[in-house]
Design a protein around this ligand. Sequence first.
Ligand code: PMP
Ligand code: GLN
Length: 393
Amino acid sequence: MNQQDDSTGRICSRLTPFGTTIFTTISRRANSVGAVNLGQGFPDEDPPEDLIQATIDSLRAGHNQYAPMPGIDSLRQAIADDQAGRGRGTWAASDEITVTSGATGALAASILGTLEQDDEVILFDPAYDAYPALVAMAGAKSVRLAPAAPEFRITRELIEKALTPRTRMILVNTPWNPTGRILDDGELGIIADICRQHDLICVSDEVYERMVFTAPHRSISTLPGMRDRTIVISSMGKTYSCTGWKVGWACAPPDLTAAIRAAHQFLVFSIPQPLQEAAARALNHHAEAWDETLTDSYQARRSFLLDGLREVGMQPIEPEGTYFILTDYTPLGDENDIAFCDRLLETVKVAAVPCSIFTRDGLGTRDYVRFAFCKPLTVLEEALKRLRGLQRL
Ligand code: PMP
Ligand code: GLN
């Protein structure tokens, strides 16, 4: 799936192991065969109309030059209010919030701005593919831990065995793409304890913070002693159905924010102002109402796809959050997850993502594939109709 071609010779050695991202590969292949694309996770619907209008108004008002490097005041204040309003702690717009190029930009600035060469970063597999690549770009080392499927529970023992004098950061993702798990208080407590004891930075990727179905989301930054060492990352894309806008942010105490900005100023410098204005509008005017509609409609799609996958003979894990379902496909075939996804694409024309892509050397959790359910029910129905035609091998 991670295709290399013969034009890769000039890619630096830090990046060659990562090939082409699964998301580029899967969408290209899905488009080329006319597949229903439940691979790359992006909603099919548009953001609310007034957000599009706010962007247009801002362009017309002449906001076409560089925005301030850390983000416009109104968006940073809207992020601060949104966080505080949901009990996520108070972050100062002035020196604790930075607007970035999506959550990816926030991750990049956090990693490049804080890590030294050869520092070690603990990641939990299956891990979002950008994490190890960004760690490698910083000249640091990913230490990838693999909690056992299908529970994917993080334990103290697992982390403690991996600690070395060079451990500098733990990266957590809750709700967790691709497992669909929400880390519980016990797991967050263990990670927080270890961060405090070993003076580690915690990067907390919370992009699916509003997509929760079975338990509330809790940010590790709210645990005792964690606010001073945590970088909380989120973005507009998932919640407001505008993944293409790439407006994200990082909330962190002033010393970590200074490190984030030290990198962000040279990575992209600033984010398009019209999109920032729309983002501020979204957080100020839509957050609650959109949350409710979003949760209801995503609950319905989640149940629909879960039932459908069970009907075709798979064994899906019920996601607690995110808009992904990880499913054991092995009742339908003996091949590995990459071969299974190839077969899905080629025979029934449905795109899914092999879970092993998110693991160390691509060798872990080979019995699972990931389906995205951020699609209209009609699209999910069409995917299921096609999956019903899949032969068992
Ligand atoms: N983190 C996780 C866990 C993701 O799934 C994604 C993809 N949406 C990102 C970060 C990147 O987010 P953005 O598109 O805002 O850069
Ligand atoms: N986060 C999305 C996913 O996991 C895709 C991100 C991307 O395309 N880079 O599917």
